[in-house]
Design a binder for this molecule. Structure first.
Ligand SMILES: Cc1cc2nc3c(=O)[nH]c(=O)nc-3n(C[C@H](O)[C@H](O)[C@H](O)COP(=O)(O)OP(=O)(O)OC[C@H]3O[C@@H](n4cnc5c(N)ncnc54)[C@H](O)[C@@H]3O)c2cc1C
Length: 359
């Protein structure tokens, strides 16, 4: 039996970042992902500028910029009645970009592999037990053994479920996402549009494709889909990816030899487009803590330090995320916000600046 230092379930941004940093620290690192990469993922595809410092530490910033992408120069908020407010986004190297998750996630996972992580795709974790170490069973009947286990398997985390830690999901909302032909007059900007039944996020991912997200409730999502078909001239058989829940309570990010990172630990409202940053950064923080625990540092103080750094990552940002959630849950309220921003744009400008500030 080969005993690994760390087994990471999930090879999205959180799992790949954690694996890359663990492998770079010389740890015997395993990543399991149920998918074969490259794979798409329900997401707005927007990279918050806070991601750049983590990508630089992964020596990936230039390679991300080499991927097909759009540089996003502004965000346009549209109220239900069509009134609009446009807010500029940072320019230069700290700009926000949009890039397809199939390309971005594949690059991250390849980086983890380059640094020495052992990556198993098409490998779904289905069982867990713990004696002196963690024993992880996959759907194909393989077993892996590791000293530390990391749940990086997204909002419906199997690791959390198997550990009886997964909070009851709030299935009040559902998201649909597709890449559709980019309308000729669609500028390099994000559009966040309040609609009576929910909202839509739109961002060009390259010259020819637009990322289109719809967020609504199960009874209203088909009305939103019909709206999108008319608005973007889509065929009735347009394929959509889907995901739920959009909201879920958080779970503690570390306990003894078990860590949760990215969406597995905390799901944020997608409206502000920050989830990838939290995934990358929490992966980095967890890797640093894991390396210290494994080299024999005092576990309690390492976990305390990790907990502080983890909370710091969200400090000053979560209230904006909660405010956004309140606005999107009541699109009329969100629209009032857009109306008032037409008269006093400084509030929406300062909130947007806070969300897209490079950390
Ligand atoms: C509609 C919508 C729009 C969004 N838009 C944005 C945006 O524009 N910008 C932004 O920053 N964030 C956005 N987000 C949030 C972002 O998508 C997530 O925060 C981010 O993907 C979290 O990364 P992760 O690595 O934690 O999880 P994920 O990206 O979900 O990766 C989890 C991985 O685990 C694997 N997995 C799951 N279960 C198992 C298992 N049992 N065994 C093995 N592997 C498993 C999956 O295959 C997957 O590859 C959006 C979210 C939604 C819903």
């Amino acid at each position: 039996m080969q005993l690994l230092d760390v087994a990471i379930v999930g090879g999205g941004p959180a799992g790949s970042s954690c694996a890359a940093f663990c492998a770079a620290a010389g740890l015997r690192t395993l990543v399991l992902d149920r998918e074969k990469f490259p794979r798409e993922k329900v997401c707005g595809d927007c990279l918050n500028p806070s991601c750049w410092p983590v990508l630089e530490r992964l020596e990936l910033a230039r390679r991300v910029r080499d991927l097909p992408h759009s540089r996003l120069c502004s965000v346009k908020f549209i109220a239900i009645d069509g009134r609009e407010v446009i807010v500029d986004l940072p320019s230069g190297d700290a700009c926000e970009i949009s890039v397809k998750r199939s390309l971005f996630d594949d690059l991250l996972l390849r980086r983890a592999r380059e640094l020495g992580a052992n990556v198993h795709e098409h490998s779904t974790a289905t069982g867990l037990s713990r004696n002196n170490c963690w024993n992880i069973e996959t759907a194909s009947g393989e077993f892996f053994h590791a000293r530390i286990l990391v749940g990086a398997d997204g909002r419906n985390s199997t690791v959390a479920r198997l550990c009886n830690l997964l909070p009851r999901p709030e299935r009040e909302r559902v998201a649909l996402q597709a890449h559709v032909p980019r309308p000729r007059d669609f500028d390099d900007r994000i559009v966040l549009q309040f609609l009576r039944e929910g909202y839509s996020g739109q961002a060009p991912v390259d010259e020819t494709q637009l990322n289109l997200c719809l967020v609504g409730t199960p009874p209203t999502i088909s009305t939103l889909r019909n709206w999108a078909e008319r608005q973007f001239d889509l065929p009735a058989n347009q394929p959509w990816r889907t995901i739920t829940p959009l909201t879920r309570s958080s779970i503690p990010s570390a306990r003894e030899d078990l860590f949760f990172i990215g969406d597995a630990a905390r799901v944020v409202e997608p409206f502000t487009g920050e989830g990838i940053y939290y995934a990358l950064r929490s992966g980095e923080l967890a890797a640093s803590a894991i390396a210290k625990v494994l080299r024999g540092d005092d576990r309690n103080s390492v976990l305390r330090e990790f907990g502080r750094a983890y909370s710091q990552m969200y400090r000053g940002r979560l209230w904006i995320n909660r405010l956004s959630r309140a606005a999107v849950l009541r699109p009329r309220l969100g629209s009032v916000f857009v109306h008032s921003a037409q008269i006093r744009p400084e509030i929406i400008k300062s909130v947007t600046a806070k969300v897209v500030a490079k950390l």
